[in-house]
Design a protein around this ligand. Structure first.
Ligand SMILES: *Cc1c(COP(=O)(O)O)cnc(C)c1O
Length: 227
């Protein structure tokens, strides 16, 4: 997978990742199809994405608003059943554009972003579904709300702004055992009666599925190493 993957390879990679998800669902005694595979297409051009679409993939993640705007509107027109997720940090001045483009924003992590989304959604007449990103490792440089501040942010989003928060998302520290992070995200979601759990990447998505992920975000294992 050191070369950018061609279309046969992308189809084969997708089939393998889907099979690994299905195996992890079985091991965890979860119903088949309980986990959605989100293909992370950041840095890959529209032609490469089109190959994944040709192989049946419909849920994609991008981490930059500008890059997604360059790549996705024409694909969204051709394939109306595509679901596009924002998985990168969101700056306040890009919230309106994100609200126009994305079906799901996974990176709500502070009150000013919640407020900006609520205002943009009212103006635009559309609101993406939302996940709150939790900094489960309490890393200084990482985006996400701290676990102990999550309840207050959720309250603000759901009660004050009446935003459609569906779940939580996390990115465990690099090189750490991800399992305790996945478990603490799952426990936090349960406490708050949230159904969606976005966790697990190429290196650890089967573990995430066994810990209860409903959404895994996989880039490299599908498209190859990013240019
Ligand atoms: C890039 C990225 C991924 C995918 O990572 P891979 O290791 O390539 O699977 C998942 N989640 C987020 C938030 C990312 O930025």
């Amino acid at each position: 997978m050191d070369e950018p993957a061609g279309s046969d390879l992308i189809a084969a990679n997708l089939a393998r990742v889907r099979a690994e998800i299905a195996a992890a669902e079985r091991e965890a005694a979860r119903p088949p199809g309980s986990v959605v595979l989100l293909a992370v297409s950041k840095t890959y051009p529209a032609e490469t994405v089109a190959e994944a679409i040709g192989a049946g993939q419909r849920v994609f993640g991008e981490n930059r608003v500008q890059e997604a705007e360059d790549k996705w509107p024409s694909l969204q027109e051709r394939f109306p059943d595509i679901r596009l997720h924002l998985i990168g940090p969101l700056q306040r001045n890009k919230v309106r554009r994100a609200v126009r483009l994305f079906d799901v924003i996974e990176t709500v992590d502070r009150p000013e972003i919640a407020r900006a989304i609520a205002q943009a959604a009212a103006d635009e007449g559309r609101c993406p579904e939302l996940l709150v990103q939790v900094n489960t490792g309490a890393e200084a440089q990482k985006a996400g709300v701290l676990p102990e501040a999550t309840a207050v942010l959720l309250q603000e989003c759901r009660v004050h702004w009446r935003l459609p928060v569906r779940g939580l998302m996390c990115i465990p520290p690099v090189d750490a055992d991800p399992t305790p992070h996945f478990q603490s995200l799952r426990d936090l979601a349960r406490q708050h009666e949230l159904h969606e759990l976005s966790m697990g990447m190429s290196a650890d998505f089967p573990i995430a599925v066994r810990c209860g992920a409903t959404l895994v975000r996989v880039g490299t294992a599908i498209f190859g190493h990013r240019p």
